[in-house]
Design a protein around this ligand. Structure first.
Ligand SMILES: NC(=O)c1ccc[n+]([C@@H]2O[C@H](COP(=O)([O-])OP(=O)(O)OC[C@H]3O[C@@H](n4cnc5c(N)ncnc54)[C@H](OP(=O)(O)O)[C@@H]3O)[C@@H](O)[C@H]2O)c1
Length: 268
C-alpha cells in the first residue's frame, strides 16, 4: 500500500497558519507535494505560501475558512472541485481548547469547538475520500492528542472527548480504507510548542512543566508524516508520552482518572 509516487500529489492541511499544521505543510512541500492551506488568518497562509514556493518550489493554494462555520467543509470541497484541485492527502489538524467546566463556557462557543474539531474533519473526509478511492491511494492524517488516549482531567470535558473521538474515528477509518490503499493515522502529541497554549490561556500555568515534556511542532509533524507514510494507525511522539499511554492502559481506569485530575488541577 503506497501513496501515489508521481507528481502531482496534493495535500490539504487545515490549521496551516501556525504550529503543527504549518510544520506539516512545510514537510509535505519538501516531499514534493502541492499544498492547499486552510485556516482563518489569510495573511499567515499567504506568507507561508510565499515561503513554500521559494524554498520548495511548491504549488500552493490558499483557502481562508472558519471551520466552526457549519457550511465551511462543503464550501471548501466546492472550491477544490471548481479549481480542479484533487487532494491525495487530507490533514485534519485545526484545533484549540477552551478550558473550563461545562457551565463555564457558553454553549455557542463549545458548539464551535465541535464544528471545528469533530464535524469539519468528518465532513472533509467524507468529501475527499471518494477521489482517493478512485485512485486507489491516498492518506488521512488526523491530528488528535495524547489526551484522546487517556482521562482528560479537570476542565477538559469537551476537548478530551473530541480528541478521543478523533482517535476512534481514525482507527475505524484505517480498517475501512485499507483495501482502498488509503493510509489513515491519528497523530497524538503531548505538550507541543505552538500558539495552542496562548490561545487557551494556559501558557503561564504550564511554565513550571519540565522542558523534557515539551516537543517542537516540527518534531511532532515529522513523526506524524512518517507514521502516515508507514500507515501506522496511532502515533504518539516521544518516549515519555508512549510510556504514559501504556501506563494508562495497565492501571485501573479509576486510578488513572485520579492521577489525571491531580496533575491537571493547576492548569488554567
Ligand atoms: N500544542 C499542543 O500541546 C498540542 C498537543 C496535542 C494536540 N494538539 C493539537 O494539534 C493541533 C494543532 O494545534 P497547534 O498546537 O499547532 O496549535 P496552534 O499553533 O494554535 O494552531 C492551531 C491552528 O488551527 C487553526 N484553527 C483554529 N480554529 C480554527 C477555525 N475555527 N477554523 C480554521 N482554522 C482554525 C489556527 O488557524 P487560524 O487561527 O488562522 O484560523 C491554527 O492554524 C490541534 O488540533 C491541537 O488540538 C496540540
Amino acid at each position: 500500500v503506497t501513496l501515489p509516487d508521481a507528481p502531482p500529489r496534493r495535500a490539504l492541511v487545515t490549521g496551516a497558519s501556525a504550529g503543527i499544521g504549518a510544520a506539516l505543510a512545510e514537510i509535505f512541500a519538501r516531499e514534493g507535494y502541492a499544498l492547499v492551506l486552510v485556516a482563518r488568518r489569510r495573511e499567515r497562509l499567504d506568507a507561508l505560501k510565499v515561503k513554500l514556493q521559494s524554498l520548495h518550489n511548491a504549488e500552493v493554494s490558499v483557502i481562508s475558512a472558519d471551520l466552526s462555520d457549519p457550511g465551511a467543509p462543503d464550501a471548501i470541497a466546492g472550491s477544490l472541485a471548481r479549481e480542479d484541485l484533487p487532494v491525495d492527502v487530507l490533514v485534519n489538524n485545526a484545533g484549540y481548547n477552551q478550558r473550563g467546566t461545562v457551565p463555564d463556557v457558553p454553549w455557542p462557543a463549545k458548539r464551535k469547538m465541535l464544528e471545528t474539531m469533530a464535524v469539519a474533519p468528518y465532513a472533509l473526509t467524507h468529501h475527499l475520500l471518494p477521489s482517493m478511492r478512485a485512485k486507489g491511494a491516498g492518506g488521512v492524517l488526523n491530528v488528535a492528542s495524547v489526551v484522546g488516549l487517556m482521562p482528560g482531567g479537570v476542565g477538559n470535558t469537551l476537548y478530551s472527548g473530541v480528541k478521543a473521538m478523533q482517535v476512534s474515528f481514525s482507527e475505524a477509518l484505517h480498517v475501512d480504507e485499507l483495501k482502498h490503499g488509503i493510509h489513515v493515522t491519528a497523530l497524538c502529541p503531548g505538550l507541543t510548542w505552538s500558539e495552542f497554549h496562548d490561545v487557551d490561556g494556559s501558557r503561564e500555568s504550564l511554565a513550571r512543566v519540565p522542558k523534557f515534556l515539551w516537543h517542537t511542532s516540527e518534531s511532532v509533524a515529522e513523526a506524524g508524516y512518517r507514521a502516515l507514510m508507514r500507515n501506522n494507525v496511532v502515533c504518539v511522539p516521544g518516549l515519555f508520552y508512549k510510556a504514559a499511554v501504556v501506563a494508562g492502559r495497565i492501571l485501573p481506569r479509576a486510578l488513572s482518572n485520579r492521577i489525571a485530575a491531580k496533575y491537571s488541577r493547576g492548569v488554567r
